[in-house]
Design a protein. Structure first.
Length: 306
C-alpha cells in the first residue's frame, strides 16, 4: 500500500508539473496583454514598459516559468496583478464556498443518479426504464445556465421557496447543488444502469436467489456493492471538475467560489489567479482519483492495488 501511494504521488507531481507548464505556455501565448489591464488605457508606453519590467513579464518564457516554479515550491502561488493580494489568500478565502457547493452537488447527483440507475436496471425494458434514460439524456444535454435560470424562476421568483442568490445558509445551497446535480445525475444513472444490468446477470446473483434470499437482500448486499464500483472513479473526477469548472453556476447564483474567482481573472487577464485556480483544480482531480483508488479495495477486497 505504501509503495503504491508513493508511486502515485510521484506520478501526480509529474502530472501537475505538466499541467503547470502547459497552462503557463498558453497564457504566455495569449494575444491579450495583462500589463495593459493594469496600466489602463491612458497609460504611456514608458509606464507600460516599467510595469512589464517590474512584473518580470519582459523575460523569456522559460525564465518566467522557472521563477514561478521556484515560488511554487516555497508555497507561493504568486500575487494578483490587479487585486495586489497573494493568490493563495484569495483562493483560501473562496475555497470553503466551493467545497460546500461541491459536497452538495455530488450528494445531489449521487442520490438522483444512483436511484434512477438502479430503478432503470431493475425495470429493464419497461416504460419506466425508457423514461428514466430519456430524463438522464435530457439532464446531461441541458446547458447549466438554462437549468439554473429555470430553477431560479420557478422556485425562487414564482414560489419563493429559496433565495434568488447569495451564500450563507442551507437554503442558498439547494438550487446551485440541484443545478449541478441534474447534469451529473444523468451520467451516473446511465453508468449505474449498465453496471447493475451486468451484475444482475452474474452467477453469484443467481446463486443468492436460488438460496432463497429476499430480493432486497440480493440487491443491497450482493448486487449494489459490485455495481457501484465504476461510479466511485467518477466521483474522484467530479471532485476536480466541481472545484474549478462550476463557473457558470457560481455566476448565475452569485456563489463566491473559486470558479467565480477564475472567471473574473480570465476577464482581466490576471495570470497568477488563473494559474493558481488551475493548479488547485488539477490537485483536486489527482487527489480525488487517488482517494477513489484507495477506497475501492475497501468496498471489494478482491481488488488489489498494484
Amino acid at each position: 500500500m505504501a509503495a503504491y501511494i508513493v508511486r502515485r504521488l510521484i506520478v501526480s507531481v509529474l502530472i501537475l508539473l505538466g499541467v503547470s507548464f502547459i497552462t503557463f505556455f498558453l497564457l504566455y501565448a495569449l494575444p491579450a496583454d495583462p500589463v495593459r489591464q493594469i496600466a489602463g488605457r491612458s497609460a504611456t508606453a514608458q509606464t507600460v514598459e516599467n510595469i512589464r519590467q517590474q512584473l518580470g513579464l519582459d523575460q523569456p518564457l522559460l525564465v518566467q516559468y522557472w521563477r514561478y516554479l521556484t515560488g511554487l515550491v516555497q508555497g507561493d502561488l504568486g500575487r494578483s496583478y490587479l487585486q495586489r493580494t497573494d493568490v493563495g489568500t484569495l483562493i483560501a478565502a473562496r475555497l470553503p464556498a466551493s467545497l460546500l457547493l461541491m459536497a452538495g452537488a455530488i450528494g445531489c447527483e449521487l442520490v438522483l443518479g444512483l436511484t434512477m440507475g438502479i430503478v432503470a436496471a431493475l425495470r429493464r425494458g419497461t416504460a419506466t426504464d425508457q423514461s428514466l434514460m430519456i430524463a438522464s439524456f435530457v439532464g446531461v444535454s441541458a446547458p447549466q445556465f438554462v437549468v439554473g435560470l429555470l430553477l431560479l424562476y420557478v422556485f425562487a421568483v414564482q414560489l419563493g421557496w429559496f433565495p434568488i442568490g447569495g451564500y450563507g445558509t442551507a437554503a442558498h445551497l439547494v438550487l446551485p447543488s440541484v443545478t449541478l446535480g441534474i447534469m451529473g445525475s444523468g451520467w451516473y444513472s446511465r453508468m449505474m444502469r449498465s453496471s447493475m444490468v451486468d451484475v444482475l446477470r452474474a452467477d453469484y446473483i443467481r446463486t443468492a436467489r436460488a438460496k432463497g434470499l429476499a430480493r432486497r437482500q440480493v440487491i443491497l448486499r450482493h448486487a449494489l456493492p459490485n455495481a457501484i464500483l465504476p461510479v466511485i472513479a467518477m466521483i474522484g473526477i467530479d471532485i476536480g471538475i466541481f472545484m474549478g469548472g462550476i463557473v457558470v453556476v457560481e455566476s448565475v447564483f452569485g456563489w463566491p467560489g473559486i470558479g467565480q474567482l477564475a472567471w473574473q481573472a480570465i476577464q482581466r487577464v490576471d495570470i497568477p489567479i488563473i494559474m493558481g485556480v488551475t493548479l488547485v483544480s488539477a490537485c483536486a482531480i489527482v487527489l480525488g482519483n487517488l482517494l477513489a483508488d484507495l477506497v475501492t479495495p475497501l468496498i471489494d477486497p478482491r481488488i488489489k492495488l498494484r
